[in-house]
Write a protein that binds this ligand. Structure first.
Ligand code: ZN
Length: 258
């Protein structure tokens, strides 16, 4: 008989409960597997239970490895987390959302783009570079100073013009990142869990004056200037099309075409 191992046991339970396989269980600490399970459970609860999570997302392996400069990478049936960085509940759900999207042929993010009246047009984005009022980045991309992170619609490397009001945007924003972030926001907003402080902080930062640092990411930016793009009606994120889209998707009220 093998010696009892808490990590092997936790890993086996993830497989049984969610069809999520942990690769190289010995490289994980028991606490990290607990955190992973907690994150998966938050998403499963939002989806109405383990069975739906397994059906929508399950059959995925998770490993910790060298991911370069990224915290996590997601594929159709695999997630890689950086071995060097601590795991966060936010990034676990973010990557699981990418897998969910990938398993549906990336139709979920495309449907979110459409539902929120966004579009992707790299040529229009390039044309905006010459309009200072609409281009909040440098000529080569984002810069680390207030008003240059690339948050306005179309100001990102993909030419993604988000519609309605996302909780945030930066140079790496596109419809896939939008879907992943919208999923995490949904899991944290209006609840009392480990995501809630960040979810609410992402919205409340637009009430800060220009030049101040937000308490979540410690980034100084012109938050007040960005409020018209991101701050929802009455500060209520449930009023946004993103919240409504994810809610509909999770509760089977939104059916994808085809
Ligand atoms: Zn992502």
């Amino acid at each position: 008989m093998d010696k009892y191992s808490p990590t092997l046991e936790k890993s086996a339970r993830l497989q049984t409960d969610f069809k999520i396989r942990i690769k190289q269980t010995q490289s994980w600490l028991a606490d990290e597997l607990d955190e992973l399970r907690h994150a998966i459970t938050l998403l499963a609860d939002a989806l109405g239970g383990n069975e739906n999570l397994t059906r929508q997302i399950g059959d995925v392996s998770i490993e910790r490895t060298d991911t370069g400069t990224k915290l996590g990478l997601a594929y159709k049936s695999r997630i890689q987390f950086s071995a060097k960085s601590p795991l966060s509940t936010w990034s676990v759900i973010h990557e699981l959302a990418h897998v969910w999207d990938a398993k549906h042929g990336w139709d979920l993010s495309a449907a979110l783009e459409k539902y929120t009246d966004g579009f992707t047009d790299p040529r229009l984005s390039a044309a905006k570079k010459s309009i200072p009022a609409e281009w909040d980045a440098g000529a080569e991309g984002a810069e680390h100073k207030p008003g240059y992170y690339g948050r306005k619609p179309g100001v990102n490397k993909y030419g993604y013009f988000y519609g309605d009001k996302p909780s945030g945007s930066n140079w790496n924003f596109n419809c896939k990142e939008d879907f992943a972030e919208s999923t995490v926001m949904y899991c944290g907003w209006g609840r009392d869990n480990i995501l809630s402080r960040t979810a609410h902080g992402r919205i409340e930062r637009y009430l800060l004056s220009n030049g101040s640092k937000d308490p979540i990411y410690d980034i100084a930016d012109n938050w007040s200037d960005y409020a018209p793009y991101f701050y929802p009606e009455g500060g209520d994120y449930t009023k946004t099309k993103r919240w409504q889209f994810i809610d509909g998707l999770m509760h089977d009220k939104i059916k994808l075409e085809k």
